[in-house]
Every structure is written in structure tokens, then in C-alpha cells.
Design a protein. Sequence first.
Length: 279
Amino acid sequence: MSTFNTSMFQSIKDALASSESKGSATFNEIMQTKVGNTFTVRLLPFAKDPSKTFFHYYNHGWNSFATGQYVQTLSPQTFGERDPIAEERFKVLRTGSEEDKEKMSAVRRLEKWLVNVYVIDDPVNPDNNGKVKILRYGKQLQKIITEAIEGEDAEEFGPRIFDLGSEGVNFKIKVEQQGDFPTYVSSRFTSAGKIDLSEDEQKGIYDGAFDLTEVFTLKSYDELKEMFNEHYYCKTEDESTAPETSAPVPTETPAEPEPVAVGSNDTVEEDIDDLLKDL
């Protein structure tokens, strides 16, 4: 028996199409995926509201021209709102000098997803085993997950990918090196390796899933503008003379992500597909 049901799965499928989300988990709950590691997890629905099973978002990141530290922030375009960094980036890359364009190319925007997982086996970080963690991933893994939910693999897997019971399937994630970047293309759902959990244990795990909409904090338009002036134009709020971004610009095709505090030591993990998208 399993506490996961088909109505929860339908809510997940509906939300996957809309990818609508907004923000109580801590950033520290996000798993660190290292090249060379192959770890096994079971995806978890957000039982309190299955439509929040996935958090789909965009963010900006670059090495600060003021401090040299990597800075990144959640893009308001995640929620369909105006983004001063995207507006400035759009303008410079289209009308700026070649020197300005080259500098602006350092500001990357990636598309990412979050999902709760139950960790079955993490050889590199064994302390994660048996815990609910947050998996952050890009387009390569999203393609595999989408195929399992509603694509060519749906008949074989479907709702089983979220099932902690005996009928559930594991997600074996393999992080390999391809050139200078990590790749996840060898990752697969597999029926091998059942986990022995009672219904009470399953319920406790489902109930322990994090509200992914609360992982990151969205800065206001003015806060983002101030941040960009400081870490891109190297100007304080008082002396800022960064170009105005009074009018909205067309939304760029999403490209980068994960909101972290300025100066965070969190490793930026990017798929090859994400990196090529900005070229």
C-alpha cells in the first residue's frame, strides 16, 4: 500500500504545465551534486498542495565586479514581474558597445527547477541518506522527469516516480564530466531497489516535504537595481548613475538561476544546455 494517490498525481501534472510558484525551506536543504557522484532518490510530491511539487524559476548570477565574489538573485520574471537586471541586460546586449556587450555577457540567467526528494543512497554525502532534501536541477533532468510523467515513458513510470510504496521507482542521478561542464544525460528512473517503509513512515516522509516556494526571497525592483549598480557598475546607492530602465523590455528566453545571498559559497552547477543557451 502507498499513501500516494492518483488525484495527487493529476495535480502535479496540471502544475507542471503552468509552472506557477512563489516561496519554508532553508537553502541549506538543497543537495550538492558533485561530478563523479551517482546518487539515488525518490521524488516526493508536496502532499499539502501537489500543485507546488515543482518550483520552476529563473535567476541571475555573475562574479561581482566590485568584490570578485559570485552573486546571484532570483529573477522577478519567475512570477511574470518586471526585472531591472533583465531590462538592463537586454538593452546593453542590443545597443551597447562591443566592450559593454562583452562585460554584460558575464551576467548569466539560467532556468532551474526544485523538487523534494527522499534520499536513498548518496555515496558522497551519506548523511543525506534517509532524509528529505531538495534537488535543484536544470533542463537535462527536467526532460527526463517530464518524459516519465507525461511523455514516452509515462506508461512505464507515471505516478510511480512519486510513490514511496513497493510499486514506486527510484531516480538514479549520474553526474558526469563532459568537457568543462557536468552532464546528467545518463540519469534514469529504475524499478530496481525497492525501499522498505511502513505506511506511517511514508506519511511522515510526505509530510516532511518542504514548501519550495519559500526557499528563495524575492527582492523588490529597487533592491535589485541597487544590487546591480553595486556589483556590476561598482556604484553605491548615492553615486549610482546606471542607465535608467523605466520601460519594460521583451522577456528574454529564460536562461539561468538560483537565488542566493551575495557572497554565497554555494557552488553554481550548470548544465551544458544552459551554458550554450547564452552563446
